[in-house]
Design a protein around this ligand. Structure first.
Ligand code: COA
Length: 703
């Protein structure tokens, strides 16, 4: 990640603006103006070939003529002269370049981007951008951008792929009072990417939460690794789902994917909190930048009105922290600070009579009580109370508790005075929102963050070298035949190598051979055509099920061959597979897709209409841990079916989780070979009796 280089680039002691201009309205002018107006205390060197002074600063015609060392160079010259300028920076010994200029890969000129990267690599320089607004740092009073000004100060830092969004959000930080230390526009991410910045922020003492606006990424695994290692909460808003989804839609599994679900899974695996929209990104960022994680499930809600209490209760259930009644001793104490008609259960209703002291007493008591893992305080503006005084009472109670590892969020519902009081709370480190459900959602982010920290560190797999070699041998045989898909028999050999229980299957070339094999396997049987040219066997009339005797085998054998020839006269037919007919079980599907950002990714869902119509599937980036496999089973909508509905016994979820794990190992290990694959259907039996892969398909990557 080159910490020192990024330090210099983003927190420079000296900065050059190459393409600085004396003409107001030009980007090269605005950047210099912004740096000065932001109060930057380092040295500023405008570089311009034609003028001698910009905004009172001496200019230099070339960066190499600057007598001092330069930490960071902000570049605002047109793309066509970029190579020359980057080369000059290299010779000058600058290490960090902030390239604002557009006109690179975003408009099909990847060649210009590559040229710039090649020069930068030669000199050991790192590049932010190109095609960016710039980089801003409150703690360094450094506005190296053409955004309107430094953001409302705070402890979060934002990295955005959309420069326009940075500009838009920059001033909104004041109206929303969400404080940021750094705003970084990352643009085309030709070099410095999200992962680099996540790593860098981990060591930035002025950042307590990293906020990301993501349109897409090239190296998803680097992102997951960096996020997993991060000791700070990360909140991400992902947009541009549909376009990316189209790229992934090359296969059956891919079309079910849409990248959205893969990103959601990857965020989970990386311990990243996902925001649903811009408001949510702001709210969660504010909360996670100001409050510690919520380490248990006991949420207490204080309010002065039944309505907001009920809304908050609904939200608590919706966002995954359902309320429980507070223990008797908590209720007893709370009753001392409310009239008889109040309620000390949870949510606590102090009633409209609640004034400063009741808020102070109950906040202090409930926040300090060991039962409480998180506190949400709600207030509806009344004529008898002053919102500012209520805010101060809450803050005083929290401060006096001395607790730094327990979270609180607040919601005031009212007018201007309430708004002002909430602003004061936020400025004093207590996130406050205009609606009770948002305050609860914010608390849920803190709970999610704590849960994700456990989740992201769940166990991981080790490659089973023997299994891998067996699978590679099968694949090598197919490659030697110039095939890019495995037959079902071969595919099952690969699945079996990784420990998955597959139905017994053997190849027969003649009718007599089929009969002999059938007797050995045992009735009932399934007969299937084996041909690399016929992948959709049923469509070709190439499958016969429930064959119960020798005569059935003979008849099915002949019919299948006849149908196959009619379907594709020149098909390369290897023979007919004789397969054990697995007893009925709950049908599930396992599939794999190579996501453009995250690589080999596993899909799981219930089979049949659940997958075809409802697309009730879930994904994980491989390798998948046992714990993650269990989560996958639990998170599909059809999960209750596996748990056993209408008097049915539960299905063998333990073996299913094992199979998902084994399949994920297979996909991960063989990622250079397998383009896509599936096991469909997998028949899952009652608890303790396992499962069977009834059909398997593997398509190889072209080599
Ligand atoms: N060294 C130093 N300065 C140089 C130079 C060099 N090799 N070559 C040119 N310059 C100077 C020019 O003389 C000019 O200064 P001037 O105003 O005194 O004449 C300045 O650099 C800018 O060059 P110019 O040709 O006037 O370009 P411009 O200002 O019209 O546009 C960009 C330059 C970078 C702003 C433009 O190409 C661009 O990319 N705009 C989009 C940026 C953007 O929106 N990014 C964010 C996307 S979210």
């Amino acid at each position: 990640m080159d910490k020192q280089v990024l330090d210099k680039m983003l927190r420079p002691k000296s900065v050059a603006i190459i393409g600085a201009s004396a003409t107001p309205g030009k980007i090269g002018y605005t950047v210099v103006d912004n740096i000065i107006k932001g109060g930057y205390t380092g040295k500023i060197y405008p570089i311009n070939p034609t003028c001698t002074e910009i905004l009172g600063l001496k200019t230099y015609p070339e960066i190499e003529q600057v007598p001092d060392e330069i930490d960071s160079a902000i570049i605002t010259v047109p793309a066509k002269v970029m190579a020359e300028v980057v080369e000059e920076c290299g010779r000058k010994g600058v290490k960090g370049l902030i390239v604002i200029t557009s006109g690179f890969s975003e408009v099909g000129r990847k060649d210009l981007e590559d040229q710039m990267l090649e020069i930068a690599a030669r000199y050991g320089m790192r590049i932010l951008g190109p095609n960016i607004v710039g980089s801003l740092s409150n703690s360094d009073k450094f506005n190296g951008s053409f955004a309107p000004g430094l953001p409302f100060p705070g402890k979060a830092s934002l990295v955005t792929q959309s420069g326009a969004l940075l500009i838009a959000l920059d001033m909104a930080t004041y109206t929303r009072r969400v404080g940021f230390d750094k705003l970084i526009s990352i643009g085309n991410m030709a070099d410095v990417d999200f992962a680099d910045l996540i790593e860098w922020f981990d060591e930035d003492e002025n950042t307590t939460c990293v906020s990301l606006y993501i349109e897409g990424m090239k190296n998803g695994r680097k992102f997951i690794d960096a996020a997993r290692k991060s000791s700070k909460p990360i909140v991400a808003l992902k947009s541009g789902v549909s376009a990316h989804g189209a790229a992934a839609a090359a296969s059956h599994t891919g079309s079910l994917a849409g990248a959205a679900k893969i990103y959601t899974s990857a965020f989970k695996q990386a311990g990243v909190i996902q925001a649903t929209d811009l408001n949510d990104l702001f709210n969660r960022t504010l909360t996670l930048s100001q409050q510690p994680p919520m380490k248990g499930d006991n949420l207490l809600i204080l309010s002065n009105g039944g309505g907001v209490g009920v809304l908050a209760t609904d939200a608590a259930e919706k966002y995954g922290i359902p309320l429980k009644f507070a223990p008797a001793d908590v209720q007893e104490e709370l009753k001392k600070h409310m009239p008889d008609f109040g309620s000390a259960k949870n949510p606590v209703d102090l009633t409209g009579m609640a004034g400063n002291d009741w808020y102070y007493q109950t906040t202090k008591f409930s926040f300090s009580h060991k039962w409480t893992d998180g506190l949400v305080v709600l207030y509806c503006e009344t004529a008898m109370t002053n919102p500012q005084e209520i805010a101060e009472s809450i803050k005083k109670a929290v401060d006096e508790s001395g607790l730094k590892d327990k979270p609180i969020t607040v919601s005031f519902v009212g007018g201007e005075k309430s708004d002002k009081a909430m602003g004061w709370l936020v400025e004093n480190g207590i996130p406050a929102f205009g609606a009770p459900d948002i305050a609860v959602n914010a608390m849920a982010s803190l709970r999610d963050y704590a849960r994700l920290q456990e989740y992201k560190n769940s166990d991981h797999f080790e490659t089973d070298e023997k299994a891998k070699q067996m699978a590679l041998d099968v694949i090598a045989k197919a490659r030697a035949d110039n095939r890019d898909s495995l037959t079902e028999i071969e595919a099952k050999e690969v699945f079996k190598a990784y420990g998955m229980p597959v139905t017994s299957i053997s190849l027969s070339k003649t009718e007599d051979e089929a009969v002999a094999l059938g007797k050995k396997i045992g009735f009932p049987l399934v007969l299937k055509i084996v041909s690399p040219d016929i992948l959709h066997k049923s469509d070709a009339g190439g499958v016969k099920v429930n064959i119960k005797d020798e005569a059935g085998i003979r008849e099915a054998f002949q019919t299948i061959l006849k149908n196959a020839k009619a379907y594709k006269a020149d098909a390369d037919i290897h023979g007919v597979a004789i397969q054990e007919m697995a007893p009925w079980g709950t049908e599930v599907i396992l599939g794999s897709v190579n996501d453009p950002a995250f690589g080999p990714t596993v899909m799981f869902g219930l089979g049949g209409i659940f997958v075809e119509v409802l697309k009730d599937v879930t994904f994980r980036v491989t390798p998948v841990s046992h714990a993650q496999a269990e989560e996958m089973i639990g998170e599909i909508k059809g999960a209750p079916i596996l748990a056993g509905v209408r008097g049915e016994k539960p299905r063998d979820k333990k073996e299913l989780a094992k199979a998902i794990y084994q399949y994920s190992c297979m996909i991960y290990d063989l990622q250079d070979e397998i383009k896509e694959s599936d096991a469909n259907p997998v028949l899952v039996y009652e608890e303790g009796t396992g499962l069977k892969v009834a059909d398997a398909r593997i398509i190889l990557k072209a080599k």
